[in-house]
Design a protein around this ligand. Structure first.
Ligand code: ATP
Length: 305
């Protein structure tokens, strides 16, 4: 299968997860159980999704010079990711997410960026050839904005398709949005970027129109279990999701983004890519954790067939 080159730029986190009967109030201590350390971070999740689902994938990221950083690089390699641009930064800890999940699956999360904060302009400039030689650049918002702007500038000038998953939700400068070819917000992120409530397809269509008006050619708004609203130059439609029993939606959006890019990199249409991505993301919500929940290509193909 001929495949274009996908480059993911983004964060790597160690997710430290504890299950609690209920979330603690300020100043309170709650006894938890089932402590786990799970590989996560939006950039890493999306790179793993791309590689595991059959995409030709390279990753630009910063990890710490701690044990977790070294383990993560080994795991990325085992998934088939090109890690030449994953840097172990001296005297830095790998990024962490401290996560409490209660019995209703409600969570509270604290993130400390650690080495992710070092993915700045200078480090991105050092990867100019890798960026310019890719076909797609996929980014999220868990690493510094100046590094993202530099990557977008290099990619835009080299004719590389820029795909932005604007997560976690935050306001963005025009100089970033005007250089993005495809944007993939969830409902909350679409609302923050456009001021339009995205509760249904009507809201999604309106929000997509506003994102097109900012100069973005392709808009993909994920709608949880409903699936996804895709819109190319104002021509929008719903691609329905797959019906599953969810147990943990962590990394659903990341799996969706990685899967969609893989399908596009194999020359599929946007509709087919969205369907493939819905299937991959639906499988991920039936499993716990971030990267461990990302399915293989075989599993997704069985569901799509
Ligand atoms: P998360 O932050 O939980 O990773 P997200 O908020 O970024 O996810 P969502 O829109 O909730 O993104 O979900 C992304 C995609 O995952 C959806 O478009 C859909 O394909 C799939 N998905 C999410 N939840 C479900 C579900 N309950 N059942 C089936 N598919 C789902």
């Amino acid at each position: 299968m001929s495949s274009k080159k996908i480059l993911v730029l983004g964060s790597v986190n160690a997710d430290h997860l504890v299950r609690v009967p209920r979330l603690p109030k300020p100043g309170e201590t709650v006894a938890g159980k089932d402590y786990e350390v799970i590989p996560g971070g939006k950039g890493a999740n999306q790179a793993v999704a791309c590689a595991r689902l059959g995409g030709q994938t390279a990753f630009i990221a910063c990890v710490g010079d701690d044990a977790f950083g070294a383990v993560m690089i080994q795991r990325f390699k085992a998934d088939g990711i090109d890690t030449q641009a994953v840097c172990q930064v001296a005297d830095q800890m790998t990024g962490v997410a401290l996560i409490c999940v209660d019995s209703q699956a409600e969570n509270c999360i604290v993130i400390a960026p650690g080495a992710n904060a070092k993915l700045t302009t200078r480090r991105v400039q050092a990867q100019q050839a890798l960026i310019a030689g890719s076909d797609y650049l996929l980014m999220q918002l868990e690493t510094p904005l100046d590094g993202l702007l530099e990557a977008v500038e290099i990619a835009h000038n080299a004719g590389v398709k820029v795909v932005l998953n604007p997560a976690p939700a935050k306001a963005l400068p025009d100089e970033l949005l005007t250089r993005v070819d495809m944007i993939t917000p969830n409902q909350t992120e679409a609302e923050l970027l456009t001021g339009i409530s995205v509760n249904d397809v009507v809201g999604a269509a309106e929000a997509a129109g506003k994102l097109h008006a900012m100069g973005i050619e392709t808009v993909v708004i994920t709608l949880g279990s409903q699936g996804v609203w895709i819109s190319e130059e104002g021509n929008g439609r719903l691609v329905e999701g797959y019906s599953v029993t969810p147990v943990d939606t962590t990394a659903a959006g990341d799996t969706f983004n990685g899967a969609m890019l893989v399908a596009l990199s194999h020359g599929e249409s946007l509709d087919k890519a969205a369907n493939f991505a819905n299937a991959a993301a639906a499988l991920s919500v039936t499993r716990h954790g971030a990267q461990p929940s990302i399915p293989s290509r075989d599993e997704v193909e069985k569901l799509v067939a």
